[in-house]
Design a protein around this ligand. Sequence first.
Ligand SMILES: [Fe+2]
Ligand SMILES: [Fe+2]
Length: 176
Amino acid sequence: MFYQTFKEKRHKLHQDFYDTVRDLAKHPVVRQMRLFPQHGDTNCYRHCLNVAFYNYLLCRLLHLDARSAARAAMLHDLFLYDWHTHAAQTGEHFHGLTHPRTAYENARKHFHLNPTEKDVILTHMWPVTPLAIPHTPEGWITIFSDKYCGACETGHRRKLPRHRNTANHRKGNHLS
Ligand SMILES: [Fe+2]
Ligand SMILES: [Fe+2]
C-alpha cells in the first residue's frame, strides 16, 4: 500500500517534470546537444535533462520556481560544440568561462527567457565565473544540481530515476 502510493507519487513527479520541459526537449536546436559529449559517456542533451530534473525536484521541495529552474537547466549548456576539441579547433581556450553566455545567446534566439531563467543560465558556472553570481535561489540550486550531475556522469554512475534509465533514455530519445 505504502509502496504503491510512493510509486504513484514518483510517477506523477516525473510526469509533471516532462510536461514542464517537453517542448524544449523536443525542439530541434535543443536536440542537437545529443551530438556533443559532455561528461563521461553522457552527451550534453542528457546532462541538461539530468540537471533539469534535479532542479525541478529540489525547487519543488523548497517551494521555489521549479518550472523556470527546470526549463533553464534544459538550456544551460546549449553551446552546441564539442568542448573537448573546441580549443584545438578554434583557439578559444576559455570554454568554462564563456559557455554560459554562448548558451544564453543561443537559447534567447529560440525561446523567451524570464529573468530567473536568464540568471540560471548565465551564472551556472559560479565560482569558475566569479563575477557571475546568482541573484536567484534557483540559480544557486542549479550550481549544486549541475555539479552533482556532472560528478555522477563523470564517474559513470547511474543516478537517474530508475524508470528513466532505459535504452531510450540513454540515447536521449525518451521524449520523442
Ligand atoms: Fe555548463
Ligand atoms: Fe552543465
